[in-house]
Design a protein around this ligand. Structure first.
Ligand code: GDP
Length: 319
């Protein structure tokens, strides 16, 4: 990307899109085209085609998606598959029609088989059944990867897919019903501490293992890969390190300074037993994450919960 290129960040108000936009600005890019979801409904084909025809962006980061944690994915199954399929199909086809130079599609590590060998290599895609709690979302994301692959193969488009591991950051969704585990636990421990509650409820058994990446590191990786001459069909982005949900709960409890008990609600699903990405392809290309899990959680805790002006209950409610 040259400084004069026009860049479209789809989903620039979400946690991922806003981090990518910030990273691009820090790197000296100034020429952006941006639309909120109120201004442009990416599920609407005619609107998307007209937008691309008018604006003709050079580069596209496709970070717009309907996202959520285990309960949201399991509950809003139709919205998760329909919205994501529509967004991807419209944006990727419009990018092809309008001659976009390079597009990056952001997927998710839940596209891999539920019981994939760990750490998960890119080539394990479509080698086994998916985790049922987020299958509709995963199927939509797999379709996005296959769209990019097919447009590369048939039309020679420079469309690539990246698969981030579980992400967290300051602009996360902190709604307890729809969020992912890390923002949910930060909120639960914080509120239990200030209200003097005797216990915090953690869903599931605490045994599943997850890998977490600070979203500013993800954004850095995305800009790095957009500018890299190598164009892998699919590339994992993560830290290469995982932690159990019980260990995560302990870490967050320590950071927040909560002294009460942790109890496990096993009526809630565990989801995939382990999700750890193999990031050797990314490391071989020369990229490595910067922010440790503890440092990242501290940053989010301070910015979101210790600032008087912050209203985390209304941030980014995804669903
Ligand atoms: P997943 O990675 O797609 O399974 O999504 P989540 O981040 O929502 O959940 C990860 C794991 O954390 C699952 O085993 C959840 O049951 C567990 N978990 C424990 N407490 C919570 C919570 O309060 N909210 C969420 N979303 N997950 C929790």
């Amino acid at each position: 990307m040259r400084p004069t290129d026009k860049i479209y960040v789809a989903g620039h108000r979400g946690m991922v899109g806003s981090a990518i936009l910030q990273r691009l600005r820090e790197s000296g890019y100034t020429h952006f085209v941006l639309r909120t979801s109120q201004e442009l409904d990416l599920r609407n084909q005619a609107e998307v085609f007209a937008f691309f025809e008018k604006e003709k962006p050079d580069y596209v980061f496709l970070a717009a998606a309907r996202v959520g944690g285990i309960l949201a994915n399991n509950t809003y199954r139709a919205e998760f598959i329909y919205d994501n399929l529509q967004i991807e199909a419209n944006v990727i086809h419009a990018a092809y029609l309008s001659g976009v130079k390079k597009l990056m599609f952001l997927g998710s590590s839940c596209i891999y088989p539920r019981l994939a060998p760990q750490p998960i290599k890119e080539e394990y895609l479509l080698t086994g059944p998916l985790e049922p709690t987020n299958e509709p979302y995963a199927i939509a994301k797999i379709a996005g990867i296959k769209l990019c692959e097919a447009y590369r193969a048939q039309y020679g488009c420079h469309f690539i897919s990246v698969m981030p591991t579980n992400l967290y950051g300051i602009h996360d969704n902190f709604d307890l019903e729809t969020s992912h585990v890390l923002p949910a636990l930060l909120r639960k421990f914080h509120e239990a501490k200030i209200k003097g509650m005797p216990e915090v409820v953690v869903w599931g058994t605490g045994k599943p293992r997850r890998e977490f990446l600070y979203v500013d590191d993800l954004a850095d990786a995305c800009v790095f890969l957009m500018n890299h001459p190598e164009e892998p069909d699919l590339i994992n982005i993560g830290t290469g390190e995982d932690i159990s949900i019980a260990e995560l709960a302990e870490l967050i409890r320590t950071i927040v300074g909560y002294k009460g008990r942790i109890v496990y609600d096993t009526s809630k699903p565990d989801g995939t037993p382990r999700k750890l990405l193999d990031v050797s392809r990314l490391h071989a290309m020369g990229w490595h994450h910067q922010t440790s899990l503890e440092e990242g959680i501290r940053r989010v805790y301070e910015a979101v919960f210790l600032q008087q002006t912050s209203d985390y209950t209304h941030r980014n409610r995804a669903v």
